[in-house]
Design a binder for this molecule. Sequence first.
Ligand code: ZN
Length: 266
Amino acid sequence: MLKFFSLLCLTLLMSCTAERDSVTEPQLPTTIMAVFAHPDDETTVAPILSKYAAEGATVHLVIATDGRYGVTDHAGIPAGDSLIDVRKDELICSCQKLGIEPPLQLTGRDMMGMEIGMDAFFGELIGIEDQLEAVIDSIRPDVVITFGPEGDSGHPDHRLTAAVTTELLLSGKLSYLPELYYFSHTKTQAAKFGDWHLNYANEEYLTTQIPFSETDAERYYDAIRCHQSQFSTQQMEEWIAAERADEDKRIFFRKVVLAKERQTGF
Ligand SMILES: [Zn+2]
C-alpha cells in the first residue's frame, strides 16, 4: 500500500507536493505601504521593504509622528524643532538606503499629545486617521503593513498607530479595502535583542513568513545607521551584530482576515 502511494506520488508529483505543503506563493503586490509611528520604526520590517522595492513594487513608508520627543543622552539634541529636523533627515536617509519612496510623514506628535492632556490626545488620533485616510486613498496600496497589537516594544504610539490604521480600514471610510498585515516578532526574535524587552506574538499565528536575502539585510543595516540621533554607534553595531548572527532571515506577519459570513451566535 505504501509502495502504491509512493508510486502515485511520483506519478502525480505536483499534486502530492501541493497537498503536503500548503504554503501559497502570492503574486507580487504592485504597491505596498508600511504605516508606523516613529522615524526609525521602519527598521522592524526594513529587509522586506527593500526586498519588494528591488523586485519592482512601489514601496511607501508612512510615519505618523515627527518624533520630537525622541531625546537621547548620546545625541544631546533637545526635544522640539531641531530634533524633528534631524529625524526627518534620518528617515529620508533610511528610505534611500532601502530603495523605497521618500517617506510620508504625518503631523502627529510622538507620545500622541498625551503630555498635554486628553483633549490633545483625542485630537492627535483624529488628525492622524484623517491624514492616513487621504494618503491611502490617493496612493491606493495593495498591501498595508503596521504593528501587531503588541507594538514591538509596546510603546503606546506603536499600539495606537496600529489601532488607528486598523480602525480606518474597518470603518469603510476608504474607497477600497487593501490587505492588512500586522508585523510581529516571534519569541525567538524578541529574545535576540536581549534587554530591549521586545514584545512578540505566537509564531503559530504569524503565518506570513517572508524570507529576505543578504543584500536586503545589508540595506537594512545601512538604514539602521541612518538613525544616529536615536542609537549610539555601539548600540547600532550590537544590533547589527545580533542580526548578522541570526541565520533565520525571515520577517513574520499576520494577515488580518475579515470574515463576512453572518452568524447568530459565537
Ligand atoms: Zn517607535
